[in-house]
Ligand binder design. Structure first.
Ligand code: FAD
Length: 401
């Protein structure tokens, strides 16, 4: 079969949520999902895996059990798009045409942009929670610490999936060191390519307090450029007040890296990308999630240009908007649904405590619960560790939440 009424690119959080919702609405829709991976991952729990608070095996399921039964799974990867011909090309299956296209291929981790990162990841204390393969090594490194250490946590200057993840693992690590009686003699550093701890003031205030309580040293506008694993040295670049680039070198015992990120190359190099933006996001209308130039194309999730925080939580609000607008277009009606930019970040601040940040495009808080969410709470930790994983597998991927 080489034509579908609706073709979905990517069977991750966004692609499956949309396909399931469409089929819940009308099980006769002819939907193809192009997804190369045998496995489906619940990525938000990798932070907990890195902190030794979640079993990595519970973060993966067979993709075959996640793809909606009534959708057609094309186990392949897209290589090029011809949106003016309503067609795309896959590596093995060749050219496939569609009436409508939904683009949700996730974000690309640009490991190669930091010299020495790929080679050293998983040894010499160089960790990253950003993949299924590497997240367990973060915990292995942390739990083997028996003396005061220098632990460094980095965030790049690009958008990343889950903007809070680079610091959540830092708070878990600091709390772990505290519980071992090692924190006061250890050094914990946060090197970030960004300019502030968090974009929403209400939550930044509480995070600055958390940082101060653990005695963490913060360094903003610093980008990790190189790692020398064998000598456990990290190299950063920052700009002086006079605009000169200055290099900073730090020894480390543990280095947790959040790699720079961008849209996948096959999106960047396609007509679907925002013109003139090197990060190459899918060019979407931020309200309707329709492509800005190709009217029968929609998109959501981490690869989209919408300026929300790139999280699964955002997808939970994007999917119903996209589905209603796509169905409206199919029926020749106006697109009536608007995505407000909702994003959420469950900011783990230590073992058993969490600040649940929720906000919109304008960084205005959009809170779910009838209490002040800018407070560390045990109930929100239970939400993250127990409720949200259940919700993901049983409701979000089924298109019912
Ligand atoms: P993904 O779920 O990544 O899916 C993209 C899919 O596209 C993949 O299955 C991939 O195989 C497929 N694909 C790739 N290339 C191709 C191709 N060429 N052709 C076809 N298909 C392709 N979110 C939260 O809400 N809360 C959190 O606490 C949180 N914490 C996080 C912590 C970490 C460490 C990480 C890594 C992520 C976290 N997230 C969190 C973010 C969340 O996981 C993502 O925002 C979400 O998975 C994005 O969904 P997506 O569908 O856009 O991409």
């Amino acid at each position: 079969k080489n034509h579908f009424q609706i073709l979905v690119v990517g069977g991750g959080n966004g692609g499956i949520s949309v396909a399931a919702r469409l089929l819940n609405h009308d099980s006769k829709l002819d939907i193809g999902i192009i997804e190369p991976s045998d496995k489906h991952y619940y990525q938000p729990a990798w932070t907990l895996v890195g902190g030794g608070a979640y079993d990595i095996k519970k973060t993966v399921r067979d993709q075959a059990d996640c793809i909606p039964e009534k959708a057609h799974w094309i186990k392949d990867r897209v290589v090029t798009f011809e949106p003016d011909q309503n067609a795309l090309t896959c590596a093995d299956s060749g050219r496939i045409t569609y009436d409508y296209l939904v683009v949700a291929p996730g974000i690309q981790l640009d490991w190669g942009k930091i010299k020495g990162l790929r080679e050293n990841l998983g040894q010499f204390g160089v960790c990253s929670n950003y993949t299924f393969a590497s997240a367990p090594y973060t915990w292995q490194t942390l739990r083997s610490i028996k003396r005061p250490v220098k632990a460094i946590f980095t965030a790049p200057n690009t958008p990343v999936k889950c903007g809070g993840a680079p610091q959540k693992i830092m708070y878990l690590a600091a709390d772990y060191l505290k519980k071992q009686g090692l924190l006061s003699k250890s050094e914990v550093h946060f090197y970030s390519g960004g300019g502030v701890i968090f974009g929403v003031k209400k939550y930044a205030d509480v995070l600055n307090q958390v940082v101060a309580n653990y005695g963490i040293h913060t360094h903003f506008n610093h980008n990790l450029t190189e790692i020398d694993g064998r000598n456990q040295m990290a190299f950063f670049e920052t700009r002086d007040q006079d605009g000169e680039i200055r290099q900073v070198v730090q020894k480390f015992d543990m280095l947790h890296v959040t790699p720079p990120q961008s849209a996948p190359d096959f999106i960047k190099n396609s007509p679907l990308a925002v013109i003139g933006n090197p990060l190459g996001w899918v060019d979407l209308d931020k309200d309707t999630l329709q492509h800005n130039r190709f009217r029968n194309v929609f998109g959501l999730g981490d690869a989209g240009s919408t300026p929300n925080s790139k999280t699964g939580a955002a997808i939970r609000k994007q999917a119903p908007v996209l589905v209603k607008n796509l169905l409206a277009l199919m029926q020749g009606q106006a697109l009536g649904q608007v995505y407000t930019g909702y994003g959420s970040c469950p900011l783990v601040t230590g073992y058993g405590k969490l600040v649940l940040a929720e906000f919109d495009y304008n960084n205005n808080p959009m809170e779910t619960f009838p209490f002040n969410q800018a407070k560390e709470r045990h109930s929100m930790w239970l939400l993250k560790t127990k409720v949200l994983p259940w919700l993901y597998w049983n409701k979000i991927l089924k298109g019912t939440a």
